[in-house]
Unconditional design. Sequence first.
Length: 143
Amino acid sequence: MSGWMSARWVTKHEGRCLVEEAEQFLTGTYVQSLLLQGMAIPEWAWVSLLAHTPEAQLSGRVDDLPPAWHADPVTVLWQCAVALLAQEVLATAESNGCTVGELQRGLISEFETGRRREGSTQTMGPSRFIQEVRSTLSRSHGR
């Protein structure tokens, strides 16, 4: 294969990978993909799992994550945090008479604007994530 053809194949392959990753992000499956590959999981991917997984799949998606037996302790904490918060999102939607999607849009908005407002690039960690999601969910009670 010539150099030009090889570069074109690499570009197409990279493009397909990028599209696949974007689809995984928007469906909340990116964390699972990274876990299966044994890769580090960025904080925003955990937020994506909670904020983008469709309601009908939210509990199952968290339950179906690969076991973190060999994962680092922080990954295990994130898995536990997201599992807890998924249940809280579902319960809040039910008790408020709103949809999970409405709560998820609120979470996305809150995290995007809140992080930008803080100018924050520091890590959040699972404990702060739980606090921030709970705070956002408690404000949704008044809606």
